[in-house]
Design a protein around this ligand. Structure first.
Ligand code: KG4
Ligand code: ZN
Length: 359
């Protein structure tokens, strides 16, 4: 990057969170100066999932107050920001538009460079925040992204250079948690609810499938598990005392499927670092299982998992990713892209953006 930014304001609005964060990079440490997240989750609870129109409307209401609060908490004025990073996609188009158009407007009126970020890549950069450079992930590493919309295994060679190894063929891991919770009449988002109940359950009381567990590719499948839970609930009279056991069986089945493919990938690519990201990474049992299983392959493998607050959607990860990504030449050409992915881009820096980057 020509003029390395020292202070980046990040904006995230891909789904039901409106977030703004300011990060400062000195030497090799990225410091979190502020991290504001407004969520419209409470509105979606009664529907058992995010209602896109409602989420977009809440984004419009929250975006300016959230940005103002992030600046206030960091004790900074717009003139002291060096660049703006914003989630370009993937996500809900209405929600994304609010963040992207706000970022373009601020970039223009404040005269600051604009850095569009793929939300999925952004998740990984939560692992760079508030750490000494020696404690940050080192390339190459295996990346496991587990969120509400995505479950992907990616081999990172460098910043913005990666090979896609595999991913879910149907539902994402977080989506599976959410859909199973809905079947069990538990509120959205389902992951934390199932995990909480699972803590007092016995995972062996109910047998649930682990689709694709024994295939040698690096893909996942979770829709069969969801269907099995639906059939179980339809065919069995579930009592209150069964609930923790079903939750434990669901959580264990999802974790087994993820950990099994991570272990295959680690052996296949001889990996020494595993970097986990996304909302499901907040699950403490996933972390413990990964630690135990990869430790058996090679006790020297380093595992990186962000603190729970930085696993779920936030703007700090978007600002952090901005320190390693080029700004665009013309901010007004940036467009929200709801269908950005990791799997389609062989050369992400060329394919993810529809605009030229500053050289
Ligand atoms: O990354 P994220 O905040 O949003 C997306 O980009 O999708 O992930 C949200 C997902 C939801 O499906 C939620 O149920 C799941 O992360 N999640 C969890 C936990 N906390 C959040 N899943 C399992 N255990 C948790 N503790
Ligand atoms: Zn996310």
């Amino acid at each position: 990057m020509s003029n390395q930014p020292k202070i980046i304001l990040g904006i995230e609005s891909s789904c039901d969170e409106t977030a703004c964060s300011i990060c400062q990079k000195d030497d090799n440490r990225i410091r979190l100066l502020s991290n504001i997240v407004a969520s419209s989750q409470s509105i979606h609870i009664k529907y058992g999932g995010v209602v896109p129109e409602q989420a977009a409307r809440e984004q419009v209401k929250s975006i300016i107050p959230v940005i103002t609060e992030a600046l206030d908490q960091a004790n900074l004025k717009p003139g002291e920001i060096d660049a703006i990073a914003v989630t370009q996609g993937p996500g809900l188009i209405g929600s994304l538009l609010v963040g992207v158009e706000t970022a373009k407007t601020l970039s223009t009126i404040w005269d600051k460079p604009l850095i569009p970020i793929n939300h999925l890549i952004g998740h990984f950069y939560a692992n760079w925040i508030d750490k000494q450079s020696s404690d940050q992930p080192q390339f190459p590493f295996l990346g496991l992204l587990v969120s509400g919309g995505h479950s992907d295994l990616v081999l990172f060679e460098d910043h913005n250079h990666y090979d896609y190894l595999g991913g879910t063929r149907d539902d994402a891991a977080g989506e599976c948690f959410d859909k199973c919770a809905r079947i069990l009449n538990l509120p959205y988002p389902g992951g934390p609810q199932i995990s909480k109940l699972a803590a007092s359950g016995d995972s062996t009381k109910f047998k649930l499938p682990r689709p694709m567990m024994h295939s040698y590719d690096l893909d996942f499948s979770f829709s069969g598990l969801k269907t099995a839970v639906l059939n179980l609930v339809d065919s069995t009279k579930i009592s209150d005392k069964d609930l923790p056991n079903i939750c434990a069986a669901i959580e264990t089945a999802i974790i087994d499927s993820l950990v099994n493919k991570v272990v295959i990938a680690i052996k296949k690519y001889n990996i020494e670092q595993l970097v986990v990201a996304g909302g499901v990474a907040a699950n403490s049992k996933l972390r413990t299982s990964l630690e135990r299983e990869i430790g058996q392959v090679n006790p020297a493998i380093k595992l990186f998992v962000p603190p729970p607050i930085l696993c779920t959607d936030n703007a700090a990860m978007i600002a952090a990713a901005g320190f390693f990504t080029e700004p665009v030449k013309n901010p007004l050409q940036v467009e929200a892209n709801p269908s950005l992915s990791l799997s389609l881009s062989l050369s992400p820096t060329l394919n993810l953006w529809s605009v030229d980057t500053v050289t």
